[in-house]
Design a protein around this ligand. Structure first.
Ligand SMILES: CC(=O)N[C@@H]([C@@H](O)[C@H](O)[C@H](O)CO)[C@@H](O)CC(=O)C(=O)O
Length: 306
């Protein structure tokens, strides 16, 4: 098997799983992991944006990845985002993730201060050195991190043989082509924006990592299948329907992840709690939106995946 094959396909970003008191729930982490195995996705991307990493402690994140691995080992490819905005804690999480047996670790650049590229490279390489037997994925999400991956920074990072991919959440699909060309054959790019999943795949992303996949994994698996089969018109129609669902998920007063968790509760009977403050949970009026979104998912699954 090509060493990148295990990363190619549909990789949902894993949601933060909380109990009734808002604490990370090991049982719910395990239940969500099993849900993804049952749906037939390629892997999961843990502790990233969708995992609310920015609002979780080092300990919360350790509990999350330990419980994912307890269920996923040998069944899913697991990429664990370990960035904590300081090198020390990020290295600790990298070491821990490797000890749990993840396939890859990932990291955004440090946020808040605008650091020079050599500082970002040093940060990423220190994190990678703490997991010396584990692949490393650069997480490019400039609209949230405030720093974009440049071609010169990528060239610098390519000197580290563990750097195997960019998870690209910038909006221009051309970035995917640029990163893939610079990365070469032993390198891959993941599509980040779910709204342009098929475009990213066409521009060279061999897989996708996305925050809304979990609410409708069947639809992204189908979109991936259509792209592979070169059925582009069908893929486009499906992508448009997916996008309508995403707009609905984003139309509430509460945060999109709270909405997705409600959709999972309605459609799958899967309870993984809500979101952690400062993210806003659902208000009364949002429940009707969640119901509509859940029904849209059901209708689309019946239409495309029967
Ligand atoms: C900016 C942003 O949050 N992008 C999301 C998308 O999946 C996004 O939620 C989706 O396209 C809906 O806008 C992902 O790239 C993030 C992600 O995969 C993660 O780390 O959880």
């Amino acid at each position: 098997m090509n060493k990148l094959e295990k990363y190619q396909g549909v990789i949902p970003a894993f949601y933060a799983c909380y109990d009734e008191n808002g604490e990370v729930s090991p049982e719910r982490v395990r239940a969500l992991t099993q849900y993804f195995i049952d749906k037939g996705v390629k892997g999961v991307y843990a502790c990233g944006s969708s995992g609310e990493c920015i609002y979780q402690s080092v300990e919360d994140r350790k509990i999350t990845i330990e419980n994912i691995m307890a269920v996923a080992k040998g069944k899913l490819t697991v990429i664990c985002h370990v960035a904590c905005n300081n090198t020390k804690d990020s290295m600790e999480l990298a070491r821990h993730a490797e000890s749990c047996g993840v396939d890859a670790i990932a990291s955004i650049p440090p946020i808040y201060f605008r650091l020079p590229e050599y500082s970002i490279a040093a940060y990423w390489n220190s994190i990678s050195s703490a997991a010396p037997n584990t692949d490393f994925v650069i997480y490019n999400i400039p609209q949230l991190a405030g720093t974009a991956l440049t071609m010169s920074l990528l060239a610098e990072m390519k000197k580290n043989p563990r750097v195997i991919a960019v998870k690209n959440s910038s909006m221009p699909v051309q970035d995917i082509q640029m990163f893939q060309a610079a990365g070469g054959d032993d390198f891959m790019v993941f599509n980040g924006p779910d709204e342009q999943f098929i475009s990213g795949r066409v521009m060279g992303a061999a897989g996708g990592i996305g925050g809304t996949y979990g609410a409708m994994p069947e639809l992204f698996l189908k979109a991936d299948e259509l792209v592979r089969a070169n059925k582009m018109e069908e893929a486009r129609v499906l992508q448009y329907d997916i996008n309508e669902i995403i707009y609905k998920l984003c139309s509430g007063h509460g945060n999109m992840y709270a909405m997705i968790k409600e959709v999972l509760r309605i459609n799958e009977g899967l309870d993984i709690g809500s979101v952690r403050e400062p993210l806003t949970g659902l208000c009364e009026a949002d429940l009707a939106i969640a119901k509509e979104a859940a029904q849209m998912v059901k209708n689309a699954v019946a239409k495309y995946c029967a």
